[in-house]
Ligand binder design. Structure first.
Ligand SMILES: [Zn+2]
Length: 217
């Protein structure tokens, strides 16, 4: 069989795929057994409660979930993004709370322009397809001054102040249950800021946060 015939057949009838964690070839699914084993799920459904919201997280930020997030965000591997979306979907089903709308913590506008996509919006689209919950694009981020990763908690909080804005009227969200999606939670400073922006305009919304992972600090 010629190389091209084989390539075309492989496109039509793929015989293997690559693991989203380690890129090793696998026969079916999205992840190999050892990468799946390496994910530390938040099995007890622990949540953190804050003034304006409860924050759930589906996994702990360790092991192969770090690779999968990296492959999604940096390598723009959308199969990794689909897999992460499925983790969130299963988690939402497990906690058994009904949400009226999905929204997300947006990347800053310059980054979206540069990278061509917003990862948390992508995750919302996966959830929208499987759970049929409408997505609200109500927040924009005009850009953070510095990379959050290099900062302590105090500077993180001041860094995100005034960066997020509502772009739509949210008076119709009174009494509604809103789920805010983000990738990783560390100090919750960004999530607090985003929830403040919403609650300042409409304090009759119920906010819940769900991130893929929570760091261990
Ligand atoms: Zn793997």
């Amino acid at each position: 069989m010629g190389v091209w015939v084989e390539k075309i057949l492989n496109l039509v009838y793929p015989t293997f795929t690559n693991c989203v964690g380690c890129f090793e070839k696998i026969e079916h699914g999205k992840i190999c057994p050892s990468c799946l084993d390496d994910i530390s799920f938040n099995k007890t459904k622990d949540k953190k409660s804050f003034e304006n919201f409860d924050a759930y997280y589906a996994t702990y930020y360790s092991g192969s979930i770090k690779n999968i997030l990296y492959n999604f965000k940096v390598h723009k591997d959308f199969k990794s993004g689909e897999f992460l979306g499925e983790i969130l979907r299963d988690y939402i089903k497990d906690i058994g709370v009904k949400f009226d709308y999905l929204t997300y913590v947006p990347r800053d506008r310059d980054k979206i322009k540069k990278e061509g996509f917003d990862q948390s919006y992508f995750l919302c689209k996966v959830l929208n397809r499987s759970l049929n919950i409408p997505i609200l694009k109500i927040i924009t981020c005009k850009g953070k001054k510095f990379d959050q990763k290099q900062m302590n908690m105090y500077s993180r909080e001041t860094n995100v102040k005034g960066k997020f804005f509502l772009t739509k009227d949210i008076s119709n969200l009174t009494g509604k249950n809103l789920l805010i999606i983000d990738d990783v939670s560390t100090t919750y400073s960004t999530l607090k800021e985003v929830s403040n922006v919403i609650r300042k305009t409409n304090d009759k919304t119920k906010l819940t946060i769900l991130t893929i992972a929570k760091t261990l600090i």
